[in-house]
Design a protein around this ligand. Structure first.
Ligand SMILES: *Cc1c(COP(=O)(O)O)cnc(C)c1O
Length: 493
């Protein structure tokens, strides 16, 4: 392995638990001596509210505390430390200017109960962001409220259910392709629907025939992802949407893969009735640590009355919240959405502009196709077609040597790369789903490709090396089920 590659070097520091450090009486602060009379705390607070002892509480100096948390943070891997090709997640670099703007005191300190007159800037930002998302997607109206893609799905399905109920019946079933993300069937079931899986064809997409066969007046919705989780453009989406609409159904589009489409095409023009956005994927909010995110939902005008309350409306040059919407499905969360995430998305969109967003998508497509073309002689490519923003390989060739997608992913860590998504989408046995995003340089992509090629060679020559990988990380192969159920937080060399 080349010395200059990213990955473990000499100074990867160990760190015990905070409770094992420090010494009695040691302090992380210095204050002047008390020069007024000390008042016993019991004369101020009821005794039962006062903690009597702090057994084992760490007592540390300032530098010990700074080092403790800095070292722990350095054990974490993020987009700012290196390449993060986790498919479906769009782990792009998040420009730091967006962080600065989200921290502007007027935004960061805004209170949700503040009167509308003093929140005009925040309201305008949200109003404009809704318009930007409409423009990018071709939808007619957007609500910024849902906190994640999955909640956007639920919100969208609730709206479709309300709309269909008003037209006579909510219907019973939802069609979901076999390539779908697990949240799609989950949201449909939560909404009271029976999920019917539809098989994608040999090109990895939905065929009009497959939909024709199952579409009837019991079907409320087809949930489709475009591009789908194989990174392939649903080439028959318009025809498929026609078939569903003719039988009175609606089209829900999972917009998690919007990073492939910005400025290139608009799902609103493909027959889609409802779409969610994942602002934390496409529009540059740090994610992966469990949130916060934002999953705004966009609709065509026939569904606009059902959007959650409140909506932001503009009268003259004033903005206000409107709760007075009879058909609305109601509130889907507290207040108005994860505002800090909205600020980042707004800043990201404005700083790139229309042409910048288009270029971002084009480069994301170029990078994914570069990886696809460079690796397809080394890894089995189940759908050998040009891809959109991600490509899906399988472990078929390596599995002949007893090496699995998991082994390949673990070995990548030895080469200093975060593994790609594995074992998803489910239609590909032993899937390796790689999404490079637009923010990587050619040098980084080439290093990653070289590491993947070497791993393919190792799979033939030294399969055991892979089966026991990773070797260079602090902890080698874990029993992952046990590690989840009974996490051992204390690390010993
Ligand atoms: C990430 C993702 C979701 C769910 O979005 P969250 O914001 O994580 O709730 C749904 N569908 C696809 C295809 C995704 O990649």
């Amino acid at each position: 392995m080349k010395e200059e590659w990213p990955g473990a070097g000499g100074l990867v520091l160990n760190e015990p638990l905070i409770f094992e450090q420090g010494a009695k009486g040691r302090k992380g602060y210095s204050l002047p001596k008390l020069d007024v009379e000390r008042i016993g705390s019991e004369s101020v607070w009821p005794r039962k509210l006062i903690r009597q002892e702090l057994e084992g509480f760490p007592e540390m100096s300032e530098v010990e505390i700074v080092r403790h948390f800095t070292r722990l943070s350095q054990w974490n891997y993020g987009v700012d430390s290196g390449f993060y090709p986790l498919g479906s997640c769009t782990m792009k670099y998040n420009p730091k200017i967006n962080e600065d703007l989200a921290r502007l005191p007027g935004f960061a300190g805004a209170h949700p109960y503040q009167p509308e007159e003093t929140s005009q800037g925040a309201l305008r930002l949200m109003y404009d962001l809704e318009r930007f998302l409409c423009e990018i997607s071709g939808m007619d109206q957007v609500s910024l409220q849902p906190s994640a893609g999955a909640q956007g799905e639920l919100t969208g399905m609730l709206m479709i259910r309300a709309y269909l109920t008003d037209r006579g019946s909510p219907r019973k079933k939802v069609l979901v392709p076999d390539t779908a993300h697990g949240t799609n069937p989950a949201s449909s079931s939560l909404c009271g629907y029976q999920v019917m899986q539809v098989k994608s064809n040999e090109r990895g997409v939905l065929s009009p025939q497959a939909i024709e066969e199952v579409m009837d007046e019991d079907v409320a919705t087809l949930m489709i992802t475009n591009p789908n989780t194989l990174g392939l453009f649903e080439e028959h989406i318009c025809q498929v949407a026609d078939i569903v609409h003719q039988k009175g159904g609606q089209i829900y589009c999972d917009g998690a893969n919007l990073n492939a489409l910005m400025g290139l095409t608009r799902v609103g023009e493909m027959g889609v009735d409802v779409l969610h956005f994942n602002l934390h994927k496409t529009f540059s909010t740090p994610h992966g640590g469990g949130g916060p995110g934002a999953g705004p939902v966009g609709v065509k005008s026939h569904l606009a009355d059902y959007l959650p309350v409140p909506m932001i409306i503009k009268g003259g040059d004033r903005f206000q919240f409107n709760y007075d919407r009879l058909k609305s499905i109601g509130k889907v969360r507290s207040f108005y959405g994860n505002f800090g995430v909205l600020v980042r998305a707004y800043a990201y969109i404005l700083s790139l502009g229309a042409e910048g967003l288009r270029r971002a998508s084009l480069i994301a497509l170029l990078n994914a196709n570069y990886i696809r073309a460079k690796l397809k002689d080394h890894y089995h490519l189940p759908y050998d077609l040009p891809c959109m923003h991600e490509c899906v390989f399988s472990d078929r060739w390596q599995s002949k040597h007893g090496v699995t997608a998991l082994d390949i992913a673990k070995r990548l860590m030895d080469y200093g790369f975060h593994p790609p998504t594995i074992y998803f989408p489910l239609v590909v046995h032993g899937a390796l789903m790689i999404e490079p995003t637009e923010s990587e340089t050619k040098e980084t992509l080439d290093q990653f490709i070289e590491a993947m090629v070497r791993i393919a060679e190792e799979a033939e020559a030294q399969p055991n090396l892979l089966r026991e990988a990773p070797h260079k990380t602090k902890i080698s192969r874990l029993d992952e089920v046990l590690a989840n159920r009974k996490p051992k937080l204390r690390w010993r060399p």
